[in-house]
Design a protein around this ligand. Structure first.
Ligand code: NAP
Length: 247
């Protein structure tokens, strides 16, 4: 049980990749605190799946772009389990459009959830992890943050920004036993990509050397590696989990 006695906070754990990450960590014995934006039923379903694996789970409603709500999330996790060993910044949104049609509001909303949200969560757990002299932070970036994508100026900026924050915080915390890494998924089958038109999905599939879309579990296993002791000497890295898209 590689996460026995550890507590993990996973943002956006109600669905998709975040849910798979919760189950990966729970299967290793971690207590899992997951947050969600509004989908209470899905969040409680993830908690039940975590508990079915013999781990403890707790769902907290929290908009990661609000500092007050993030602080409350961290307090709830510490009250429930006493410490936070692992933070997975997974919550994310898209509001795609070509730049001529992208509103300022669409830009700000994506930056707020994807970039500021990760910043607030890392800030909120850093003090705890420094005191413990132990921590694992894994941030969800994207192939789009590495390569860009037409129609996703806001999303690409947020995901490239996540990589910059990952490397900067990795340098700040490295000497205290805290690692900070990013995972950059390619095209993964979740609600986020189900919303795309069939033409965009098949075009994306054609650009994947491995010839298939990824699963949430493909990404969760990489997150589990970076969150575990096997990756103790790995920090400031971006691990692409994309079937070869971004090489
Ligand atoms: P998803 O299926 O759309 O799920 C998004 C999750 O984030 C949900 O749990 C949602 O909560 C939560 N969320 C959204 N906004 C939030 C906020 N402001 N505060 C707290 N939670 C919030 O997404 P996904 O496809 O699993 O993606 C997960 C992460 O991987 C994202 O960061 C995404 O950018 C990244 N990623 C995805 C892909 C892909 O192909 N799917 C590729 C590269 C990177 P509710 O359920 O309550 O709405």
């Amino acid at each position: 049980m590689k996460f026995e006695g550890k507590t993990a906070v996973v943002t956006g754990g109600s669905r998709g990749i975040g849910r798979a990450v919760c189950l990966e960590l729970a299967a290793g014995g971690a207590n899992v605190v997951l947050c969600y934006a509004g989908n209470e039923a899905a969040a409680q379903e993830t908690v039940r799946a975590v508990e079915a694996l013999g781990a403890k789970g707790l769902a907290v409603r929290c908009d990661v772009s609000s500092a007050a709500q993030v602080d409350a999330l961290v307090r709830s996790a510490v009250e429930a389990f006493g410490r936070i060993d692992i933070l997975v910044n997974n919550a994310g949104v898209t509001r795609d459009n070509l730049i001529m049609r992208m509103s300022e509001e669409d830009f700000d909303a994506v930056i707020a959830a994807n970039l500021k949200g990760a910043f607030l969560c890392m800030k909120a757990v850093s003090r705890l992890m420094l005191k413990q002299r132990y921590g694992r932070i894994v941030n969800l970036s994207s192939v789009v943050g590495l390569r860009g994508n037409a129609g996703q100026v806001n999303y690409a900026a947020s995901k490239a920004g996540v990589i910059g924050m990952t490397k900067s915080l990795a340098r700040e915390l490295a000497s205290r036993g805290v690692t900070v890494n990013a995972v950059a998924p390619g095209f993964i089958e979740t609600d986020m990509t189900a919303a795309l038109p069939e033409s965009a999905r098949s075009a994306a599939q054609g650009s994947i050397p491995m010839g298939r879309l990824g699963t949430p579990e493909d990404v969760a296993r990489a997150v589990g590696f970076l969150a575990g002791d096997a990756a103790a000497y790995v920090t400031g890295q971006v691990l692409a989990v994309d079937g070869g898209m971004a090489m």
